[in-house]
Design a protein around this ligand. Structure first.
Ligand code: IPM
Ligand code: MG
Length: 368
């Protein structure tokens, strides 16, 4: 029997309640397969800061260091509540970015997946959605503006100023592009390269490296699109995209737009992969306004489990079953209140019931 250690960081806000449902799914995977998961809980985010003064405490680092994979819930507080924590210790700067840096999880995969069963959540017209949207944003996750040198001060004119640098070296660019080309090879063999080379030198270097890497993948067709144009096309004709690759900040913004075309960021799981370690997390925040109300859909967290099974544990068939199980719960007309307005044509269920229904569907599926 295979035995994997998973660090479980439930996070803040809706994190604990959606993580609970993801764990139910992991238990079913254990029942159905010759595999066992050792789950080790760690505090991460604002909850960790309030416990120990550190949003990513040493104990949690140890749990993550020893894990085969990390399942991480959303973190963060409301804008107002954040003010109770010093800027550099807040969950984003004090936990999330250090996690990405610690494990060098440079490749962030964010599927924007809208099969027919989910189409009613989307704000897009039926003729735009067509047979469904199925694209993946590949976002560079440990470079660029997020991690460049920062400086603040007062300039010679007596004005307060800020300087943030966007840095990449060719190694960082090459490694993410290789991941994107490999993914494109396994999918439709089309890669949309999202850049801003008409303004940014970083994009000029990015595109140069892309041309070099492309020589190793002659079967992949590359289409270059400026990031601003890509934002428009994601709304007007998202079905033209399959794999889209881009630097960190562009990926942050366009992946939230991806959530927008699905109808909710709650439908956005993700995988953050490095050469040594990977962690899996919803792309969204901790939604403190709806926390504890049993109305948050656990799709993004359960989807992150599916991505973990596929990428870290070589269990692609069970990952697929999880996606299908979730879609068929939606397909049966069920939804949670965060995704659907009362009065619409859905059978409203709670976070926990959604998890239970996914589990029920999964149990009924044949094991391949
Ligand atoms: C994301 C989030 C993070 C980011 C925040 C919480 C720092 O928005 O994962 O997209 O900007 O990368
Ligand atoms: Mg973001």
């Amino acid at each position: 029997m295979k035995n994997y250690k998973i660090a479980v960081l439930a996070g803040d806000g809706i994190g604990p309640e959606i993580t609970k449902e993801a764990i139910k799914v992991l238990k079913v995977i254990e029942e159905r397969n010759d595999v066992s998961f050792e789950l080790n809980d760690g505090l991460f985010g604002a909850c960790a800061y309030f416990d120990s003064g550190d949003a990513f405490p040493q104990r949690t680092k140890d749990i993550c260091d020893n894990a085969d994979a990390i399942l991480k819930g959303p973190i963060g507080l409301s804008h107002e509540e954040s003010k109770n924590i010093p800027v550099d210790k807040r969950p984003e700067r004090g936990a999330l970015l250090p996690m990405r840096r610690r494990y060098n999880t440079y490749a962030n995969f964010r599927p924007v997946f809208l099969p027919k069963a989910l189409a009613h959540f989307s704000p897009l017209k039926a003729e735009i959605i067509g047979e469904g949207i199925d694209l993946i944003i590949v976002r560079e996750l440990v470079g660029g503006l997020y991690f460049g040198k920062k400086e603040t001060g007062v300039n010679d004119d007596g004005l307060r100023y800020v300087k943030e640098t966007l840095e990449y070296d060719e190694g960082q660019i090459r490694q993410i592009l290789i991941q994107a080309f490999k993914l494109a090879c396994n999918r439709k063999k089309v890669l949309h390269n999202i850049h801003k080379s008409n303004v940014l030198k970083s994009s000029v270097l990015w595109n140069e490296i892309l041309e070099e890497v492309a020589k190793d993948y002659p079967q992949v067709k590359v289409i270059n699109i400026l990031v601003d144009a890509a934002a428009t096309l994601l709304c007007l004709k998202p079905t033209q995209f399959d794999v889209m690759v881009m630097e960190n900040m562009f990926g942050d913004i366009l992946s939230d737009q991806g959530g927008g075309i699905l109808g909710s960021l709650g439908l956005m799981p993700s995988a953050c992969i490095g050469d040594e370690k990977a962690y899996y997390e919803p792309s969204h925040g901790s939604a403190p306004d709806i926390a504890g109300k049993n109305i948050a859909n656990p799709y993004s967290m359960i989807g992150s489990v599916a991505m973990m099974l596929e990428n870290s544990f070589d269990m692609a068939a069970e990952a697929k079953n999880i996606w299908v199980a979730m879609q068929s719960v939606f397909g049966d007309g069920f939804s949670t209140a965060d995704l659907s307005k009362p009065g619409t044509d859905v059978k409203m269920i709670g976070t926990d019931e959604f998890g239970d229904k996914v589990v029920e569907k999964l149990r009924a599926m044949p094991i391949v």
